[in-house]
Every structure is written in structure tokens, then in C-alpha cells.
Design a protein around this ligand. Sequence first.
Ligand SMILES: Cc1cc2nc3c(=O)[nH]c(=O)nc-3n(C[C@H](O)[C@H](O)[C@H](O)COP(=O)(O)OP(=O)(O)OC[C@H]3O[C@@H](n4cnc5c(N)ncnc54)[C@H](O)[C@@H]3O)c2cc1C
Length: 460
Amino acid sequence: MAIAPQAVEQLATATRGTLVGPDDALYDEARAVYNGMIDKRPALVVRCADVADVIGAVRFARDNDVAVAVRGGGHNGGGLGTVDGGLVIDLGALRGVRVDPVARTVQAEGGATLGDVDHATHAFGLAVPGGIISTTGVGGLTLGGGIGHLTRGLGLTIDNLVGVDVVLADGSFVKADAEHNDDLFWAVRGGGGNFGVVTNFTFRAHPVGTVVAGPMLWQLDDAPEVMRFYREFIGGAPRELGGFFAFLTVPPGPPFPEELHLKKMCGIVWAHTGSPEAAERDLRPARDFKTPVLDGVMPLPLPAWNSAFDVLYPRGQQQYWRADFYNELSDEAIAVHVEHAAKLPTWQSTMHLYPIDGAAADPGKADTPWAYRDARWAEVIFAVDPDPANAELIKRWTVDYWDATHSFSAGGAYVNFMMDEGQERVRATYRDNYDRLATVKRRYDPTNFFHVNQNIRPAG
Ligand SMILES: Cc1cc2nc3c(=O)[nH]c(=O)nc-3n(C[C@H](O)[C@H](O)[C@H](O)COP(=O)(O)OP(=O)(O)OC[C@H]3O[C@@H](n4cnc5c(N)ncnc54)[C@H](O)[C@@H]3O)c2cc1C
């Protein structure tokens, strides 16, 4: 249904930010999200300048019966930050971050990126655990969970969330934290963008400034041995050591040595938050079991490490995603993983196994919606290429890989690593927490106004 021009005019008058529609020169830029495979045409994009604009946009969509997508950083693989024929509430201009170094808390607006938070906190020698690419939105990442280099030591991003400001589906504004709307506060810690537009996140920060970090790479032929080492080693390593396993193709440029360019390899990507001496001690077993072909571990400021991969994954490329949680990694499973790694379809395509033991396993399964507190790894199969002509190729590899390995997995998947797997997978991911999420959804969003997400349907 087309929106009445008069209603759009009224919204434009009431909005401090800008409205972009199909006839505007900026339309193609405003409708684009990070994944170039997503090509949706919203009726209107509202680039909000403040919370009042968000409230106005929500009320406008309600009054005019328009579907809504909320966009934080726009990174979601499934393109959940946009919608065909609907209204995009774009928070991209709301990127303010405020650090309280005394209370060690950080406030980030709903459209801030991880890089914005790292930049602001690093000046105080503090950090909030986030993800591994700095252009990712704090909004979507946090609401889905948040896995990164610091997860083993400091937990998921949601484990460091102390409160949110939310614009609800009826346009009202509420706070949710341990003292206010505790059911809503529970739900936003993993339940995605189902419950409202979060205009502000308050996080607990930690004294982390420098990390000893980098990749160690081995030959792909040695991958079974490296995976077995990793399986045995990481769970017993000190919490200050994070390290995810990866199948990868060596990027064709510096700082990688030319003889390794475009070679398929396997690796462990480390981040240690202790002293260089402690890192040397804790990483010694990885160097000793089989000398890495490349050892790129070095002391780095955390913001540099958290943005080190940005250049490999620029905006606008084709991406296809699949994911699973894993409790164990049997020799049989390893053999199937290696078989598919040998067929990595493009140099940016990869498989990562992120450890979610340590601090991420401390909360109970029902303490937050994140129900896989007992799983050891969150896996993502992530295929990428700049050329739209290769979209089918990367999709086929991802799906084939996932089909072949899924039976070894724990069942569900991290919602932020999923793409378009549908309702069954959303339920599998939240396990016993799904029904409670559906009850909270009924209370705060009974008409499923916020449905462009990994959707929780309101309880009947
Ligand atoms: C290159 C790349 C690297 C990544 N690395 C990691 C990683 O290391 N760790 C990790 O955990 N994840 C990672 N992710 C996944 C990431 O967490 C998800 O893609 C997440 O959805 C991105 O959030 P966003 O705000 O950028 O996305 P968007 O596309 O803007 O939004 C995604 C979803 O969240 C909702 N949403 C976003 N902001 C808000 C808000 N303020 N209020 C209400 N709803 C909101 C949207 O409505 C939508 O449903 C990565 C993704 C990419 C593309």
C-alpha cells in the first residue's frame, strides 16, 4: 500500500534528520546494506537525528500501517536492516559514545559501530567486548549476543550490558535494566530486535588497552592435526587467551609473504589480554606442537586488532552465511570439515569456530535468552565475493558445507550468524527460552510490529 504524500510531508516537517524516498538522488545509497546480495526497495528511509525522530518514525509507521525495518550498522547477513516497500528507521547518524571512567560504564547510541565504542573507550584504557570487524553495528551485534576476541575472558557483549533505552511498538519510551522492566531487559540480551528500537545501550567496561594478538597459520594438509590440537587445548587455556580456529585463503597482499598469497591454509587467530610474558607462556604449546608456517602474533592496541580484518571485508560484496553451535569436534567431523575447506570457493570465503567457553559459559541457560551456554563453539560458514556473478557459487559451497557438517553440531545457531534459515532454526536457537521470549513479545509488541528480524512470534 502506497503511503499518502501528505503523511510523508508531515513526517518530514516533524523530523530533524532526513527522509529519503525512491525519487531522491541519495536513494540507492540510503537503501543499500552491507551485504551486496540484498537488493531491497523501501518506500522510505528515515535517517533519524535523535530519539524524538525514532519515536516519530515508529508512530508514523503505526498510523500508516507500514512495515518497519530498524537499521543499526546495516551489517546483518540476511539484510534485516531493510524491507521492500516499507519504512527503514535508520539509526546510522546516532553514533555518540560516552565513557564514564569512574563507574567504568559506557553509553553507546543505537547506531554506533564497534569502532566507535573502541575509539571512545581506548582513550581511557577501557574496552567493551564486541566483535572482530569494527564497522559492525553495536545494535544488531549486542541484541543477538556478541562474540569476539575477548569472549572467553569477559563474556558475550550481552553479559556486559547493564541497561537500554527502548522505543516500543506503540511509540512509548522506556528504560530496561535490573530495576526497570526486567522482563524486557532479559529479552533484549539475545532476543534480537524483536522488542523495540534500542536508542541507547549502557555497558560495563574493562581495563583492556593492549592485546598480544595475531594469526598463526599452518598448511591445510595439517588441518586435522591442528584442529585436534585446538580442540584439546583451548578449553583448558587461561581465560585471558581467546583464539578462534579458521579455514582461510591467505589474502593477496601485505603483510602476508608473497609465497603464501592465495594459498588455502588453516589457522588460529589469537588475542591475549595479559602481559607479553604471559602471552608467550600461554601460546607456547601452539608453537611447540607444530611450528606455524606464519606466526603473526604481536602486541597491538585493541582498536587496531578489532579493525585488522576490516579491509578484507568491505561493504557491498556478495555474502552468504550459515551457522551452527558445536559441543564437540570428533575426528569424523574434522575429516568432513577439512574436505569442504579444500573447496573454499573464493579467497575471502572462510569458516570460523569461535570459542564460547570460559566467561561466556558462566551465566545459566535461562539467565538470558542465549540458550547455548553449554556449547563450546559458535561456528560460521561465511562465503564472500565482490562479483554478483559468483553469488550462486558461494551460496552452493556454504549450503553444501553446512549440509555435510550440521549433523555433528549441537542443534541451533548464533542468530547473528544466520541468514535465511527460517522459524524452525530460530526456535532451535532459543531452545526452552523461546516460549518466554514469545510471552515478553506479546507484552511489548503484541502485533509483531517489529518483525524484520530473526522473528519471535507473540505468544497466542
Ligand atoms: C563482516 C562481519 C563481521 C561480523 N563479525 C561478528 C563478530 O565478530 N561477532 C558477532 O557477534 N557478530 C558478528 N557479525 C554479525 C553481526 O553481529 C550481525 O550481522 C548483526 O546483526 C549486525 O548488527 P548491525 O546493527 O550492524 O545490523 P543491522 O543490519 O543494522 O541490524 C540487524 C538486526 O538488528 C536489529 N537492530 C539493529 N540495531 C538495532 C537497534 N538499535 N534497536 C533495535 N534493533 C536493532 C535490526 O532491526 C535487525 O533485525 C559480523 C557481521 C559481518 C557482516
